[in-house]
Design a binder for this molecule. Structure first.
Ligand SMILES: Nc1ncnc2c1ncn2[C@@H]1O[C@H](COP(=O)(O)OP(=O)(O)OP(=O)(O)O)[C@@H](O)[C@H]1O
Length: 239
């Protein structure tokens, strides 16, 4: 389980903040972190990854600090952790040296399935190809926790669907997945739960099955969050 308690993260330079009173994400859940530009999605993922100082609060994974468990977590982001002068093949060897659980055969088969040029330098890849490579590396790490920031960025619609399906097919079902995205239509059938941020606060936290039972879809809930007046904080479902 990932647990956040009284988390307060600020960027003094922009007055932006993220505040989470309490959030628990049980093992095995696939969670979408949604919200408009600047709502704090990346800040939330970075806080979970232990990047940047927390002003207050505590974040743990299975009761232990995140920084003590990096070998069990894959952080997949556009910024990328790849080394641009390596080819995917050499990058795979590098990761195998670095992460004891890294599965090189699985990595090679994912690189192949995504049709990435295994012997071309990563710096020559398009944005979408770089992100695909990050997904290959993340899945091959056999991480228990996959934290993905906009994993479908830079991809055309077919590529996005393909990437999403491949990613889901590549999971064992045991992993806990947190992903940020703006592609709410595409992920509605993939996620178990949606957490919607607005101005650094969680304004809705819903299980997709419950939402559907109420005859709603993600766009409806996102719209309600957006239209809620800040003087009347909106929280869904209502307490
Ligand atoms: N390094 C930084 N220094 C100062 N302010 C920052 C920094 N990084 C982010 N912010 C601010 O924090 C707020 C939240 O940013 P964040 O990147 O978490 O949003 P986001 O929901 O991921 O947005 P997007 O959908 O555009 O990627 C924004 O107001 C942003 O300008």
């Amino acid at each position: 389980m990932i647990e956040l308690k009284f988390v307060d993260q600020r960027y003094p330079a922009s007055n932006a903040l993220l505040y989470v009173n309490h959030l628990a994400i049980p093992k095995g859940e696939v969670v979408g972190i949604l919200g408009e530009n600047g709502s704090g999605k990346t800040t939330l993922l970075k806080a979970i990854m232990g990047i940047g100082e927390l002003q207050n609060g505590e974040i743990t994974i299975e009761g232990r600090p995140v920084t003590a468990q990096y070998d069990r977590i894959a952080f997949i982001t556009e910024e990328g952790s790849y080394l641009p002068d390596l080819t995917p093949e050499k990058y795979g060897r590098f990761l195998a040296d670095y992460f004891p659980r890294f599965d090189q055969a699985r990595y090679a088969s994912l690189v192949d399935a995504y049709e990435l040029p295994a012997n071309r330098k990563i710096r020559t890849f398009s944005k979408g190809q770089k992100m695909k490579l990050e997904i290959c590396a993340g899945l091959a790490k056999r991480a228990d926790y996959l934290i993905m920031d906009e994993p479908f960025v830079g991809k055309d619609i077919f590529s996005r669907r393909d990437s999403l399906n491949r990613m889901i097919a590549g999971l064992s079902g045991e992993e806990t997945v947190l992903l940020t995205t703006h592609l709410i239509d595409e992920i509605e059938n993939v996620i178990d739960r949606a957490i919607i941020l607005h101005k650094g606060l969680i304004r809705a936290d819903i299980y997709v099955d419950d939402m559907r039972e109420r005859g709603l879809n993600l766009s409806d809930v996102m719209l309600e969050v957006r239209n809620a007046r800040t003087s009347h904080p909106f929280s869904w479902p209502a307490e």
